[in-house]
Write a protein that binds this ligand. Structure first.
Ligand code: THU
Length: 126
């Protein structure tokens, strides 16, 4: 699957975002090494702190379905701007796809790719 196709899948996932508090929709699409796509959207909560980002939902869905080898994850938001993963999501990506890539789209529709290691250099591991 191309980066562009994965971005399209992330945009589809974004439609389901539950964002009554921030009104900021995020979508993610995670490609496994065996070619499956897991989708995620952000899901907010009245307590705010219980909110979960789109990226982590996609990763946790995949892990809970027995998949653990990932190639890349695309992330988009309805801001139309480049939407890089937050720090907590970077840490989760490092755990499950340290050699993986993050695919983003900027405000003029260009695809930008970053390695997980580039986004979280010297990340924490046990
Ligand atoms: N959000 C994500 O889904 N992914 C990120 O990496 C950054 C933030 C969500 C969380 C919250 O629902 C909204 O964006 C505003 O922070």
């Amino acid at each position: 699957m191309t980066d562009r196709e994965l971005i399209k899948q992330a945009k589809k996932a974004m439609e389901y975002a539950y964002v009554p508090y921030s009104r900021f929709k995020v979508g993610a699409a995670l490609l496994t090494k065996d070619g499956m796509v897991f989708h995620g959207c952000n899901v907010e909560n009245a307590s705010y702190g219980a909110t979960c980002c789109a990226e982590r939902i996609a990763v946790f869905k995949a892990i809970s379905e027995g998949k653990k080898f990932f190639e890349k994850i695309a992330v988009v938001s309805d801001s139309g701007k480049l939407t890089p993963p937050c720090g907590i999501c970077r840490q989760v990506l490092l755990e499950f796809m340290p050699e993986g890539m993050v695919i983003l789209e900027n405000e003029i529709g260009e695809i930008k790719t970053y390695s997980v290691k580039e986004l979280l250099p010297i990340g924490f591991t046990l």
